[in-house]
Design a protein around this ligand. Structure first.
Ligand SMILES: Nc1ncnc2c1ncn2[C@@H]1O[C@H](COP(=O)(O)OP(=O)(O)O)[C@@H](O)[C@H]1O
Ligand SMILES: C=C(OP(=O)(O)O)C(=O)O
Ligand SMILES: [K+]
Ligand SMILES: [Mg+2]
Length: 559
């Protein structure tokens, strides 16, 4: 093996090995437990060994989404976006054409929020997304977000909004009023509300967008005076504060998953969603319960469970909750209504770092580009906020109102895309991406996978490889590579289309569907000509291939 320096990087070239000899130089084993495995840990494979076994390519046998494919071809590996994008779908974007525009714009996951709309409406959105994937070659995953049972207002008797003026008297009531809602009356979903609240308490709508003070209580009615005027939106979140602290009375005992949420979850399982995001998670138990509920009912599809961290009680159990989940969301909207706003940035940073250490994907959500609900460009401060999340190397960013009901959903998506690309490149230039990962594995087997992935990423960064390839049935090896936030993208090949869609949420992963034979070597050999035939890899590309089954790291120079 002779290292040779090309203009781009340090490359290895190999002499052709006779087929009967062992072409793999043995590398000293790094751990005493490794000797029990028959294969060498590191296989430095001659290019010719790959070339000589090229199969006839059948480009249709490998599936990747159309947007990534054209991005790869046009901009090359290094320029693909690593940060993933989740778009909330609402009235502005629920049509087939609007969804297609978001898919073309790089939406990786479409989120439906069960707080709003009917199940029929959501079913239609899911059907559109599936049809786009099947007919037009996209790879968009679907996330269902539960309503949860914190306190919120009713739906304003059908009105789209209502204006509360300074000094006006409004009634918040737990009576069921339906459409006969008198003027300046708001229904509240939580029966205990009128008893828990006290005269003098402050009532905050959406964390303070509108503020009231309680002046009187009359049975089920709470009479309030508006102190900060503003727009009331249907189903807005309500919190109440006493002496500057959030009041957690019996509302803290409300179930994280309500009976309505369970029906929505059954709906999500029946519709085959890819992710279920659980609102207002307080402890790990509810996540464990939901995961076993799903495992017993969704036999064909894997559904990942995302814990939404937005409840004050979750903050004391973060590690347990994240470990029990398949991913987490920093849900800054409601979190900012439960803790002082100035604490939200440090909580975000802590959660993102913790998720990386625990190898769970993390989404940063809410108000990233809030002004773009109304305006075609973001504020400078919003761009700085997006940059911060990209700089923290969160797996994904999320649009809420910007894509659900804003005037410029595609423009907002384009801003997330361009800011991500720019900041990612800048980070690579600064060589900022050297996260020292700690060990997360609990068994020797998982420990081996983890060390292999850490080592493969180090190699890939040092050798300035063009891509890492990983062959994975469950996606675990792929996420261990992503966790290291490598300089190059990770092509993750999996035979399972539902695993492929779930990998859509993870930083730097480009998920491919490839049918696997039992012989991993042949899967590996097949993928190279297939990708080359599609123009997704080129002669001279340096690829680091990681396989759990072969227990190997191979360095391949594409011929
Ligand atoms: N399915 C839907 N039907 C109608 N409006 C929706 C829907 N989904 C979202 N929206 C609108 O988009 C806004 C932002 O979405 P999101 O952040 O998910 O909800 P929320 O504001 O309740 O936290 C919502 O307040 C609502 O006005
Ligand atoms: C993402 C959030 O949840 P939702 O939009 O469902 O309130 C949030 O509160 O930030
Ligand atoms: K929700
Ligand atoms: Mg929320």
């Amino acid at each position: 093996m002779t290292p040779s320096v090309t203009s781009k990087s340090l490359r290895f070239s190999f002499s052709i090995a006779p087929s009967h000899s062992n072409p793999y130089p043995k590398i000293p084993l790094p751990h005493p437990n490794f000797h029990q495995f028959p294969q060498p840990l590191l296989l430095l494979k001659p290019i010719s060994a790959i070339q000589s076994k090229l199969l006839v390519p059948d480009a249709g046998a490998i599936v990747v989404d159309r947007v990534t494919e054209s991005e790869l071809k046009e901009n090359g590996f290094r320029s693909t976006r690593r940060t993933k994008i989740v778009c909330t779908i609402g009235p502005q974007t629920c049509g087939f054409d609007e969804l297609e525009a978001l898919a073309v714009g790089g939406m990786n996951v479409a989120r439906i929020n069960m707080c709003h709309g009917t199940r029929e409406w959501h079913r239609q959105v899911i059907e559109h997304v599936r049809r786009l994937n099947e007919e037009k070659g996209f790879g968009v995953a679907v996330m269902m977000d539960t309503e949860g049972s914190e306190i919120n207002m009713g739906d304003l008797g059908g009105a789209t909004s209502a204006k509360a003026e300074d000094g006006e008297i409004w009634t918040f009531t737990v009576r069921a009023l339906g459409l006969d809602c008198p003027d300046r009356t708001i229904t509240v979903n939580y029966d205990g509300f009128a008893e828990d609240v006290r005269v003098g308490d402050e009532l905050l709508v959406d964390g303070g967008m509108v503020r009231f003070v309680v002046t009187e209580k009359i049975g089920p009615d709470v009479i309030c005076c508006c102190t900060d005027p503003g727009m009331l939106l249907p189903r807005a979140n309500l919190t109440f504060w006493r002496d500057g602290s959030l009041v957690r009375e019996r509302n803290a005992m409300l179930p994280t998953i309500s009976s309505k949420d369970w029906l929505d979850i059954d709906f999500g399982i029946a519709e085959g969603v890819d992710f279920i995001a659980v609102s207002f998670v307080k402890s790990a138990e509810v996540i464990k319960h939901l995961k076993s509920y799903i495992a017993a009912r969704s036999l064909k599809n894997y559904i990942a469970v995302i814990a939404k961290l937005e409840n004050i009680d979750s903050l004391s159990n973060l590690e347990e909750i994240i470990l029990a989940s398949d991913g987490a969301m920093v849900a800054r909207g409601d979190m900012g209504a439960q803790i002082p706003l100035e604490q939200v940035p440090s909580v975000q940073e802590n959660i993102v770092q913790l998720c990386k250490q625990l190898n769970k994907p993390v989404i940063v959500a809410s108000q990233l580009l809030e002004s773009m609900v109304e305006y075609p460009i973001p504020t400078r401060a919003e761009v700085a906020d997006v940059s911060e999340a990209v700089g923290q190397q969160a797996d994904a960013l999320m649009l809420s109102g910007e894509s659900a009901m804003g005037h410029y959903p595609e423009k907002a998506l384009a801003v997330l895309r361009s800011v991500s690309l720019r900041i990612e490149r800048w980070l690579r230039e600064k060589r900022h991406s050297t996260l020292e990962v700690q060990t997360v594995s609990s068994s020797v087997h998982i420990g081996i996978q983890e060390e292999m992935c850490n080592a493969a990423v180090k190699m890939a960064n040092k050798l300035e490889a063009d891509a890492l390839f990983v062959y994975t049935k469950t996606g675990h090896m792929a996420s261990l590579l992503s966790r290291n936030r490598p300089d190059c993208p990770v092509f993750a090949f999996t035979p399972n289309s539902s695993v492929r869609r779930c990998l859509n949420l993870q930083w730097g992963l480009i998920p491919f569907c490839l049918s696997f034979s039992d012989e991993m070597e042949s899967n590996l050999r097949r993928s190279f000509p297939l990708l080359k035939a599609r123009g997704m890899i080129n002669s001279g590309d340096l690829i680091i291939v990681v396989s759990d089954q072969l227990r190997s790291i191979q360095v391949i120079n594409v011929s």
